[in-house]
Design a protein around this ligand. Structure first.
Ligand SMILES: Cc1ncc(COP(=O)(O)O)c(C=O)c1O
Length: 395
């Protein structure tokens, strides 16, 4: 079937974090929310149908991941990424961030070093710091207008005794889809120095034309044994509110330890609706996903073109994966707080502020473009007006 991603669906009054909390979060009421990573699109029809069927069943007792759900995850990984995942490698968890939190707790001790690559999805910093581990930042660097990893610095941090790295692949917010060479190099360094890898691959399915996601654990037997891969249907199929993710661990010892941590935190059962939705999405959502990616890619080219024509001081980074645009606003010379004020109070568009992603993020904004084109255009027009007003007041 053909999906209509142009349809504007009212989300206000539904308890949506994105649409119902602008005033308390940003101090403004009538904002266009282009921040938190969920989409303003309906989920694939087969998922909605499967959920309806479950509703009609009428019994919503405790659930454990069914064999059908596990097989759907395993087939998806195999077919999409040529990655053979045994069903018993998969453990469900109520979210990728809760899983990362448990990984830090189960596999490191207070004070141990954990590497993350700033600017990066802000909960990475939180799970390290809130658990009293030592944050070892391995900031990304810019080369020829795109972000790359700093391998010398990574090796230095690994050599100093880091126990764990949390990898964002594809990377949120800079939008990189890491190449085989980059992943191999990172993997080699981690294996050499005994650094365990938590690969957050929640955006793995949202890959723009011309790019290919490679699961880190699929690169070699050695890496498969030292990697905990966090995946989910939440970003891919817009199911974040159903709180179901798949944590894939080939190594039995690591898997047992992770499952024990889940049980100790009373997180062993799965959301019944999340399981039903995940199974159906992985089985029947492929067609929806390819239409979605085409739509997001068109939104990206529209936004990039609009910004280069009307806001030439802003720089949009190439979107290789995710639906989150990373935009450099530093040429405007605004402080982080002035930029925040301008976009939130004057443009009245809610963006994630770059400084929230840590080192290297100041002066940037992250724009969620997973919305109908008309919403995107409205957001861009508001932004243009606010930036041109700023320019006039300075001249
Ligand atoms: C890199 C990354 N990891 C994890 C999450 C959240 O995952 P969950 O909702 O399953 O905790 C997000 C959401 O934006 C994300 O971008």
């Amino acid at each position: 079937m053909n999906y209509n991603f142009d349809e504007r669906i009212i989300r206000t009054g539904t308890g949506s974090v994105k649409w119902d909390h602008s005033e308390e979060l940003f101090g403004e009421k009538e904002m266009i929310p282009m921040w938190v990573a969920d989409m303003d699109f309906r989920a694939p029809q087969p998922v909605i149908d499967a959920l309806k069927e479950k509703v009609e069943h009428g019994i919503f007792g405790y659930s454990k991941g069914s064999q059908a759900y596990l097989e759907a995850v395993s087939s998806w990984m195999n077919e999409r990424f040529d990655w053979r995942v045994e069903t018993d490698w998969i453990t469900h968890s109520p979210g990728v961030v809760p899983a990362l939190n448990l990984i830090v707790q189960a596999f490191t001790k207070p004070g141990d070093g954990v590497i993350i690559q700033h600017p990066v999805y802000y909960p990475f910093t939180k799970v390290v710091e809130m658990n009293g581990r030592t944050l070892l930042s391995n900031p990304l660097k810019e080369e020829d207008g795109r972000y790359v990893m700093d391998f010398e610095d990574l090796e230095e941090k690994a050599r100093k005794g880091a126990k764990l790295i949390i990898l964002s692949s594809p990377h949120n917010p800079v939008g990189r889809v890491w190449s085989r060479e980059e992943l191999n190099r990172l993997g080699e360094i981690c294996l050499k120095h005994g650094v365990l890898i938590a690969a957050d691959e929640v955006h793995a399915d949202l890959i723009m034309p011309g790019h290919r996601h490679i699961p880190l654990a699929s690169l070699s037997e050695a890496l498969s044994e030292r990697t905990i891969t966090c995946t989910a249907p939440s970003k891919t199929f817009n199911l974040a509110g159903l709180q179901t993710s798949n944590i894939i661990i080939a190594n039995q010892e690591l898997r047992v330890k992770f499952r024990k941590a889940l049980e100790q935190n009373f997180m062993g059962s799965i959301n019944t609706f999340g399981m039903v939705a995940a199974e159906s999405a992985y089985r029947y959502g492929g067609d929806w996903l390819s239409q979605l990616i085409s739509y997001i890619y068109e939104n990206y080219t529209y936004a990039k073109d609009y910004i280069s024509r009307h806001m030439e001081d802003l720089k949009v980074y190439p979107l290789e994966g995710t639906y989150l645009l990373w935009i450099d606003c530093r040429k405007h010379g605004l402080s982080a707080k002035e930029l925040e004020r301008l976009v939130h109070k004057e443009a009245k568009v809610a963006f994630n502020q770059g400084y929230g992603f840590g080192e290297g993020g100041e002066g940037f904004i992250r724009m969620n473009i997973a919305c109908p084109r008309s919403t995107l255009i409205e957001g861009l027009e508001r932004l243009k007006k606010a930036f041109s007003g700023k320019k006039e007041s300075l001249s």
